[in-house]
Design a protein around this ligand. Sequence first.
Ligand SMILES: Cc1ncc(COP(=O)(O)O)c(C=O)c1O
Length: 431
Amino acid sequence: MLTDSYSVNSKGHLCLGGADTVDLANQFGTPLYVFDEKDIRNNCKAFKEAFDEYYDGNALVLYASKAFSCKEMYRLVNSEGLGTDVVSGGELYTALAAGFPAEKIYFHGNNKTPNEIAYALDSKIGRIVVDNLFELETIDCLAKDKGIKAKVLFRIKPGIDAHTHDFIKTGQIDCKFGFALENTEAYEAVKKVTTLENVELAGIHCHIGSQIFETEPFVLAAEVMLNFADKIRKDFGITLGEINLGGGYGIKYVNSDKPVSKNESIKLLCSAVKKACAEYDYPLPKLLIEPGRSIVGASTLTLYKIGCVKTIKDVRTYVAVDGGMADNPRYALYGAEYDAIVANKADKDKDFEATIAGKCCESGDLIGENIKIQIPEVNDTLAVLATGAYNYSMSSNYNRIPRPAAVMVNDGKARLIINRETYEDIIKNDI
Ligand SMILES: Cc1ncc(COP(=O)(O)O)c(C=O)c1O
């Protein structure tokens, strides 16, 4: 099993967080997203405790809520003492509606609209992470109108090539996010901010990519960022109080994935920051990170009903489920790999090779190819594992398919956290 949250009970059924997934499918219907609350809380604690151990606690873990945004998730991470990052007015609205403390919200995005920026300023959120000079000028203008000084971080591309899929690499110069270091763009932006009266540069941010298993790129990024902070201090007399090193910590989707422990990742990160600070005689800044999938991705699953099994002789077997790319577009988008289990036969061997297909009108609507599962039959419940991050948040109503419900399980008990969409929801904006 991928994590300790998954188990098999005496009926041979797959369980998550002690809850029988076949019962969950019967009770709540399918498709159904299932999250293990204990695991999410433990992930939050693991990051926090590592910072207490290696950085004397002068750190803030921001949950990257693009991974899974809903009111209950904001309430949960808030109760664990985390901050959050949002990337749109919609995520900000959801966080505030859940009662998330505004000062612990950081606002990202490479093309924030003036309305979104005004909303963030009016809501008195913690920081806006500035992506480009157009945005910087808009913030200055809007802050002036409102008679406030906006505290911002600059998003920097540190020029680090993380070993992950091209679509989720974000630290290299050819990327739509942020200011590059190599071509002095970042330096010029700092020069510009010193001329603005209504914006204060509180720190710098980088995020080098997602689903990264090596520790070296994170350490390198920390070194590059501290080096730039030191240059800013020398050339502009600004000592930055915050360094935000983003998210990207990899999780186990399939057995061959080997994630580094949170404790080890944070230990190395803190040691790199402390070393660089000692070298430059730089006061230790407040350190921030933005994990998304490593908080909410593992120890989760999506339950489907198998509707047909189509074997094409000498070609392959398609196992079609009652969801697909509308609730999980990650295979279609970048070939993401998943493990799957026939939940009502979880004690049987996985010796059947399946291509799991969705119900959308696209040949590319697959959850995965050549996945080993138990022998599939119509009406079986299929569990696709580790779907907590970037599934619900990337879901759509393609083919006018209502979005699934989501439940949180804890010690065998499940509670609904997102209602299943209805056909009425589907037409509610149609005129
Ligand atoms: C700026 C930023 N921070 C944090 C994250 C979270 O990444 P992950 O879920 O891999 O931890 C992302 C992901 O896209 C991001 O763009």
